[in-house]
Design a protein around this ligand. Sequence first.
Ligand SMILES: [Zn+2]
Length: 326
Amino acid sequence: MNDYIVRATAADGAVRAFAIHSTELVEEARKHHNTTPVMTAALGRTLSAAAMMGAMMKGEDDILTIRIKSDGPAEGLLVTADSHGNVKGYAYNPHVLLPLKRRGKLDVGGAVASGFLSVTKDLGLKEPYTGQCELQTGEIGDDLAYYFMTSEQTPSAVGLGVLVDVDSTVKQAGGFIIQLMPFAPDEVIDRLEARIAEVGSVTQLMEEGLSPEGILERLLGGMDLQLNDTLPARFYCDCSKEKISRVLGTLSVKDLSEMADAGESVEIVCDFCSTAYVFAADEMKEVLRQRMLKLAGRLGVLNDESMYETPAIEAKAGPAEDGTDA
Ligand SMILES: [Zn+2]
């Protein structure tokens, strides 16, 4: 089954719900980052949640970022999603090893432990919106439910699960987010609470063969559940050599000069997908040249190629041509 997100409502709009099948995208993340089972679970839960939260956003170019700063061995996680089902992310320490908890459960709470969770939404407004809360258990689902309650004033049930196979690959991954609107009647809240208490873990439901629609049916069936639409989901990193060279171009001229002068190739690894980009010695010289040209432009000397040979300091010596006082 390919990964996808289902968007739904129930109880006459008093409930909005999302569910995801994310086995493939979590396996993709595991392969990129070579995560240990407990970190596959921690990253997989965060990726699954971020993909659903991305699907809550309305704008074409909206971006959502979940940052977890952890005092535990995981150190932290960073995950970004757009509104089209694309998600990417990484764990600061992908190689945490911890003993299993009772009944073979991966100890995500032990790996992430205490710390902070923040959610940033860039909705194309002047300032991105950021909400933050303290981690409650480090199990991710509980922490996000607490975030929704305290930062967005939206009571939510968040279920996230990743089942790692004996060979460390991802056997099942998925989740749901169910949110109550302020006008939700008490009887709806009571029924939903009872259903959530009844069902086992997300991975158990998936092992029973339930699809995201089936999971929502189990939780919200008989409550006027409306399945609105589905959205394909995938692990996708939009990095490229050109983008990485632009990032390189923000380094100081001094640092770039040192790299270029060393005459060796430089390898830059994308944090989000672990793809390595190699810049040969002459490519580093070109990055440096572009950096110098940009600097010259900023100093008001818009002239040309010769800037590479002319020390930038000379351009600074004359009257300030960019309109500020020297
Ligand atoms: Zn990348």
